[in-house]
Write a new protein. Structure first.
Length: 261
């Protein structure tokens, strides 16, 4: 019998392998309680029964749980730093055959943005980006590559003109950009990470995790990177005491791996 939130977390882990203990409890519990009310359930037990019976509600729950908020070129000034300073540094150090991982890629806005910026330096047929997320539903949207105009508000017009075609009131990513991205399901808390990465982009995700969970993820990021590789984080995710994880700040929100842990 699921009598409280602690029991509910155990039930969710059995269902989805998502460990709610790794998320900041107050905000996550508030989100879940709101969703339970929305689905007219009167208890955690009743809601878990619904999740077990209704695949659509279960998928909506996973999508809601993993907090998918994304847009192209989010925080444009950081993308300008990436283009002006970080990519030339990476190409100088690792050649143009870069191994790039977009972790927690949500609906694909981020890895597609990466491919577009990289195209200024590298031919499209040489750009290979692994993009991962825990949520199958958003990965399907990412593979489709169809976006509303509001998702493209921050994107430079040159990219919008060159790499999208209008479909009704939406915009479709062109196939030559799609071919640059390999989308895969991956749980940052439990799955194996890609190895020998030159650039890892993980933005606006770790703010939802506990300090203990973030500690483990930063250590695994270090292990997944080459020496002198770069980790690009979100606007509210500057790494406190980055030297603990053998990172040093190269630019704001960009960290260079100094050594193995």
């Amino acid at each position: 019998m699921i009598e409280n939130y602690e029991h509910f977390k155990d039930a969710v882990f059995k269902l989805s392998k998502i460990d709610l203990n790794a998320y900041k409890e107050r905000q996550m519990k508030r989100r879940i309680d709101s969703l339970i009310r929305k689905n007219n359930a009167n208890s955690y037990q009743e809601f878990v029964d619904i999740l077990n019976k209704d695949k659509k509600i279960y998928e909506e729950f996973i999508n809601y749980l993993t907090i998918n908020v994304s847009e192209f070129y989010r925080n444009p000034t950081q993308w300008q730093v990436l283009e002006r300073d970080i990519l030339p540094y990476l190409i100088d150090n690792f050649s143009d055959n870069l191994k790039i991982w977009s972790a927690a890629c949500s609906t694909g806005d981020e890895p597609y943005s990466l491919a577009m910026v990289l195209s200024k330096y590298i031919p499209l047929n040489k750009i290979k980006i692994v993009a991962t997320d825990i949520d199958k539903q958003v990965l399907e949207k990412a593979r489709m590559g169809l976006y509303k105009d509001k998702s493209l508000i921050g994107l430079p017009q040159e990219f919008k003109t060159k790499y999208f075609r209008q479909v009704g009131s939406s915009y479709q990513v062109t196939d030559d950009i799609k071919k640059c991205i390999e989308f895969k399901q991956l749980n940052l808390l439990k799955d194996n990470y890609p190895s020998n990465c030159d650039l890892i982009v993980c933005r606006n995700v770790l703010i939802y995790f506990t300090d203990e969970a973030k500690d483990g993820i930063y250590k695994k990021f270090n292990n997944a990177m080459k020496k002198d590789a770069i980790l690009f984080v979100g606007s509210t995710e500057q790494i406190i005491q980055s030297e603990t994880y053998k990172f040093t700040s190269l630019k704001s929100f960009f960290y260079k791996k100094m050594d193995e842990l």
